[in-house]
Design a binder for this molecule. Structure first.
Ligand code: FAD
Length: 284
């Protein structure tokens, strides 16, 4: 982040041993693009924990790209999470994205007696306690986390999260850069001074729009809606339009002083490649 413009990508781990090979191939192809780092998501409740670590280690040790392993704590006991942190450290992981994880209806219905974490802040404090030299990231929400009453409250809790030991923040996806710039202004005013990485999701199919909006609650600007209406009839046209829209967002962010952009291209090397090629001269 200190060396000019850079880009990073996100992948998700396989859910089963059977899918491991295809994820490995996608990650291998994305690594060849030499991004600043690749992050690997983590299933809330720990469903994919083993694979998150395997993939993050592979990215770093075999493909020579820095990796960022996500870790969630919702519904977990302190003992099991501390054990995972130690395992990450022993495996050579140097960067952890510390998250609470989503409170799904299934989780909410279950037994909460063994839940030791209320918020990501508690997890960050634990990681700092176990490995003082770990680089720790946290999540932030330019359009306010859905559980928050308002932005003021959300930013106050974000400040506590950073004060607990967060080295940088990555945002939830957004499709209107002005929302991000306004958010940046507010968090800097609140005394949050760590680097912030905007998260950009290239939309590659009309179906994905629905899923992404449902998951993130992100605002869809009219310009983006028109594009989905016009080109969403096929995955080929939507993918081309979605990549161009995401590239436009990235270039605007760079032009306005942002150094690193994180791209939620997930396990699609073809999307990562096209984005990288669109900004190849700028990023040099
Ligand atoms: P928190 O920081 O705990 O915040 C959750 C809510 O609690 C917010 O409303 C916040 O304002 C509030 N809050 C925080 N602290 C306090 C406090 N002390 N008292 C009261 N309220 C408080 N999910 C996964 O399952 N796996 C992943 O790999 C994953 N990666 C992600 C990466 C990014 C960049 C982002 C933005 C999200 C990711 N998520 C992932 C989703 C994330 O787990 C959810 O958004 C989850 O609902 C909140 O996680 P958090 O870490 O932001 O939680």
């Amino acid at each position: 982040m200190k060396n000019g413009f850079s880009i990073s990508f996100e992948v998700f781990p396989p859910k089963t041993e059977y899918a491991f090979e295809s994820v490995k191939n996608a990650v291998h192809d994305i690594s060849k693009l030499k991004p600043a780092f690749i992050s690997v998501t983590y299933g809330a409740g720990g469903g994919t924990s083993r694979y998150t670590l395997d993939i993050a280690r592979k990215i770093m040790k075999e493909y020579g790209v820095p990796s960022l392993a996500h870790l969630t704590c919702v519904s977990s006991s302190r003992e099991s999470v501390r054990e995972k942190i130690r395992k990450f450290k022993e495996s050579g992981i140097e960067n952890i994205m510390a998250l609470r994880g989503d409170l799904t209806p299934e989780l909410e219905k279950g037994d909460r007696s063994k839940w030791d974490y209320r918020h990501a802040t508690d997890l960050i404090a634990d990681i700092r306690d176990i490995c003082s030299d770990m680089c720790i990231g946290g999540a932030c929400y330019p359009e306010v986390h859905p559980e928050s009453l308002n932005q003021e409250e959300d930013i106050a809790f974000l400040k506590a999260k950073v004060d607990a030991g967060c080295d940088f923040l990555t945002t939830q996806m957004f499709f209107d850069n002005n929302l991000f710039f306004n958010f940046m202004y507010k968090i800097r005013e609140a005394g949050i001074n760590v680097p912030i990485m905007p998260g950009i999701m290239p939309i590659t199919s009309a179906k994905q729009v629905e899923r992404a909006i449902k998951l993130s609650g992100s605002f869809m600007p009219q310009r983006f809606k028109t594009l989905v209406d016009k080109f969403g009839y096929s995955d080929e046209t939507m993918m081309q339009a979605g990549i161009i829209y995401a590239t436009d967002q990235i270039i605007d962010l760079y032009a306005n002083g942002i150094k690193n952009v994180h791209v939620y291209s997930m396990n699609k090397p073809e999307v990562a490649e096209k984005i990288m090629s669109n900004i190849s001269t700028i990023i040099k």
